[in-house]
Design a protein around this ligand. Structure first.
Ligand SMILES: C[S@@+](CC[C@H](N)C(=O)[O-])C[C@H]1O[C@@H](n2cnc3c(N)ncnc32)[C@H](O)[C@@H]1O
Length: 360
């Protein structure tokens, strides 16, 4: 019913910062039109901005993308949009039949951001990010549970080069995939502190350790719940090896979760990079002379990856960048580390990791 009236709409952006849905076009149906009512319900105000030719809908919330409410009022709009690049149609749903989906309109910022970063590579990378990952089974005994972990994550944990007898800190450890890899390298000798600030995720971490590892390996693991930023202050030069698998924008997960896509923003990427820098500084200070750090994320943006490493190398001159060897097929070398992206690495990743050593 709406289709004929909204066809002149040429673009549509969900502006997270202002909580607005902005439709641009040459004409829009009268706001009081009964036709508009069903699809304006969740919106608290609505302004027709003549100067920009936009209909600006403001609301505290937009209904969940799966909401049945959404389908009737959004499908006609999606069918009218001409300018939306096809690669941003990311979800199945009621609008499928029309060849476009509304979610793509909500998340233009995400797509614009990464399209600018990856250029011609973006469409293939986006497709790969939407696909299945490449997990491997970690199983350490017949009577123990298996754990499935992306091969790129296994690679990052292996790159730490842990040997039996090391004192290791896994600073952001939950739910525990990389802790399992590290524990399997220690083989019950040395110590492993598996730390995570989130109580819920820590419970999962503890369960994973108990269910997946033989007791002779798990016996040397101590689970803790500190803020990672405090290690540099309270545990100065205490560990031989530190894995910092930092909280990041988790773009693959975000892409496949409408709720997270709605809150994604370039500002958040920046904010996370500041947090990552503080965690890495803390890890550096907690590392013994001659020790090794792996800094890793599952983010796409260099701001959360190489840029964080570059800053720490400048701030802490004792730290040196070390090349990681024996790359997985399709992995890319970056200025300081390795980026494993699913379009070229058979579905693995995304994982970024960089190796740093503290000079003696
Ligand atoms: C990328 S996940 C870690 C995944 C984990 N290494 C694995 O392989 O299963 C990041 C973790 O960092 C934790 N975290 C975030 N901020 C933290 C902080 N300041 N201190 C400690 N942990 C933190 C989060 O709770 C989250 O579990």
């Amino acid at each position: 019913m709406l289709a004929p009236r909204l066809c002149p709409v040429t673009s549509c952006i969900w502006d997270v910062s202002s909580g607005s849905l902005v439709l641009r076009g040459n004409s829009v149906p009268p706001l009081e039109s009964p036709m508009l009512a069903p699809w304006l319900c969740p919106v608290t105000s609505c302004i027709w901005d003549v100067s920009s030719g936009s209909l600006v809908l403001r609301g505290n919330s937009v209904p969940p993308l799966e909401s049945p409410m959404l389908a009737p009022w959004l499908c006609p709009v999606t069918s009218c949009i001409r300018d939306v690049p096809s690669e941003c149609c990311v979800r199945r749903g009621a609008c499928d039949g029309m060849g476009r989906e509304f979610l793509c309109l909500l998340v233009m910022e995400f797509f614009d951001y990464y399209e600018k970063l990856f250029g011609n590579r973006w469409p293939a990378l986006l497709e790969a990010l939407k696909g299945e990952g490449k997990a491997t089974e970690l199983k350490f005994g017949d009577d123990l549970e298996p754990y499935y972990l992306d091969e790129a994550s296994v690679f990052a944990a292996n790159a730490l080069g842990v040997v039996p007898g090391d004192d290791v800190l896994d600073m952001c450890a939950a739910p525990g995939g990389k802790t399992l890899v590290i524990a399997s390298m220690l083989k019950g000798e040395g110590s492993l502190q598996s730390n995570d600030r989130s109580p819920d995720r820590r419970m999962r971490l503890t369960r994973v350790i108990e269910q997946t590892l033989p007791s002779e390996w798990s016996g040397i693991i101590h689970v803790s719940g500190y803020d990672g930023m405090k290690f540099g202050l309270h545990k100065k030069e205490s560990y031989d090896k530190i894995l910092l698998d930092a909280p990041c924008s988790s773009d693959r997960h975000v892409l496949n979760s409408p709720e997270h896509l709605k809150v994604w923003s370039a500002k958040r990427v920046k904010r996370l990079s500041v947090e990552q820098g503080a965690l890495l500084a803390s890890a550096v200070d907690a590392l013994r002379l001659g020790g090794t750090i792996i800094y890793g994320t599952c983010a796409l943006s260099p701001m959360e990856n190489d840029d964080v490493v570059k800053k720490i190398l400048k701030k802490r001159p004792a730290m040196k960048s070390v090349q990681i060897e024996n790359l997985l097929p399709g992995a890319d070398r970056t200025e300081f580390g390795v980026h494993i992206l699913p379009d070229q690495s058979e579905g693995r990743g995304p994982i970024y990791c960089a190796k740093l050593m503290k000079a003696c």
